[in-house]
Design a protein around this ligand. Structure first.
Ligand code: ADP
Length: 438
């Protein structure tokens, strides 16, 4: 219905009724009574309007202070509409606050940095990731120019050139970042930062690994090709041919070793090969490790083994490979006449395997890097003893998969001790011998 009708028709009816009442008074009691009554009626109406206006103005000053009166006449729908508007407004406000809180939380959890700047690059807002990437602090730096906060010539050039369609790769505060500026809303710009330090590091590791592996394979291959060329071009006597064949075989074994170790490493790193725990008879396993070490030593060392600890739940093949590597290293890096002692024992925290040798030892600066792939203290000694440079990397990965740790102590010229600590959770069963003793 037309709102004009809704408002004016009842007003007109009320005024007509009032006028009719006054006319009746005039007819019955005379003109004076009618005029006085009309005047009093109009005065009361004006007072009522002023009262409601006063109430409305008070409420407008502070709409939250209280409820509006119900009002009289035409004030009733006006007040109820105003009241409804306020309630809707409060609801919208609550929704907006909730949405903002959710947005803030999302921005806090975002791994990428987001900085909002105005058109002249003054910082308006940034999330915690941006604070970490760029060394900003929102509460401290708000209102400051971002170029004064992120002091990098590359970043400056990027801003000056203004080629924002391309992101910038920036080395800043020891991190590698991809930085991108996105203009929005005409007068604002968003700066997005993405940390690629870890990706770069793994890429570099992969590149290094391929380069190292190719280099390691190329050396024996060059030797084999050299001998084959000699054999193809010259008539060699039987003895020389035999000697060449032996050298070629040695190099071929070296390549085979290397490839086996690389495959083992990649299997250990692969998430497609989760560990399948089984009960490992440590007596049997370590006895095999000792026999291998004795075979490698060929009687040149004194080798001892003490097994007192519990059996464990783990991968038998992997543990055999890790402990075998440690024992083989002890033999390979101990000159003839030295000794290698191995011990398997229970500790308060779990089970411990120790390999102690009286060998050449390791300078302290090398110790933290020994488990890196292809890291060797002395390359020629490692090669002489059929080393691939991957043994301790394999040990590290096996131990990681078993939640175990490796610690190395060594004194150059005196010997080294490699200690593996396996957690209690792996020490599943007591060894029968130990159980009988109890
Ligand atoms: P490699 O095949 O060269 O032995 P590893 O990964 O097994 O490779 O060992 C890395 C390096 O750690 C070795 O090249 C050697 O320099 C050093 N190393 C390992 N075990 C011992 C040890 N028991 N005594 C002295 N040096 C050792």
């Amino acid at each position: 219905m037309n709102p004009k009708f809704v408002f004016w028709v009842p007003v007109a009816i009320q005024m007509a009724a009032g006028a009719a009442g006054i006319a009746l008074l005039w007819w019955w009691f005379g003109v004076l009574t009618a005029l006085w009554t009309a005047l009093l009626g109009l005065g009361a109406m004006v007072l009522a309007q002023l009262h409601y206006l006063y109430q409305l103005s008070g409420w407008l000053d502070d709409p939250r202070s209280g409820k509006l009166p119900d009002g009289w006449g035409e004030w009733t729908p006006v007040f109820s509409r105003l009241y409804r508007l306020r309630r809707d407004d409060e609801k919208n406000q609550a929704e907006l606050t909730e949405w903002l809180a959710r947005f803030r939380q999302a921005m806090h959890l975002l791994p990428d940095g987001v900085v909002i700047m105005d058109d002249v690059l003054f910082l308006e807002w940034c999330n915690p990731a941006a604070e970490e990437h760029l060394g900003l602090r929102h509460d401290r730096d708000k209102g400051m120019r971002v170029t004064n906060l992120v002091r990098s010539p590359d970043f400056m050039d990027y801003l000056i050139l203004g080629r924002y369609d391309q992101p910038l790769t920036l080395s800043f505060r020891g991190r590698k970042l991809i930085v991108h500026i996105i203009p929005f809303e005409n007068r604002r710009q968003i700066l997005v930062t993405h940390d690629i330090t870890e990706t770069e590091r793994t890429d570099m590791m992969r590149r290094d690994f391929v380069a190292n592996a190719s280099h390691e394979l190329r050396t024996p291959l060059t030797v084999i090709v050299g001998f084959l060329e000699i054999a193809a071009s010259e008539d060699l006597d039987r003895e020389t041919r035999k000697a060449h064949l032996k050298l070629m075989m040695d190099q071929a074994y070296r390549m085979q070793h290397l490839i086996e170790d690389m495959l083992t490493l990649s299997r250990l790193e692969s998430i497609d090969h989760p560990i399948r725990p089984e009960q490992v008879d440590m007596h049997k396993l370590l006895d095999k490790v000792r026999r291998d070490a004795e075979a490698l030593s060929a009687g040149k060392h004194t080798i001892s083994l003490e097994v007192q600890g519990s059996d464990v739940m783990g991968s038998m093949d992997e543990l055999y490979s890790a402990f075998g590597n440690l024992a083989a290293n002890a033999v390979r890096y101990t000159p003839a006449g030295g000794s290698v002692s191995m011990k398997w024992e229970d500790t308060q925290a779990g089970v411990r395997f120790t390999v102690r040798d009286t060998g050449i030892g390791i300078n302290p600066e090398h110790i933290s890097r020994l488990t890196e792939r292809f890291y060797r203290v002395d390359k020629s000694r490692s090669r002489e003893t059929q080393g691939t440079g991957l043994g301790l990397a394999i040990v590290k990965h096996v131990l990681l998969r078993h939640n175990a740790t490796l610690s190395i102590t060594s004194e150059p010229g005196k010997g080294s001790t490699f200690t593996v600590n396996l957690p209690k959770s792996l020490a599943a069963v007591t060894h029968p011998a130990a159980a009988l003793a109890n």
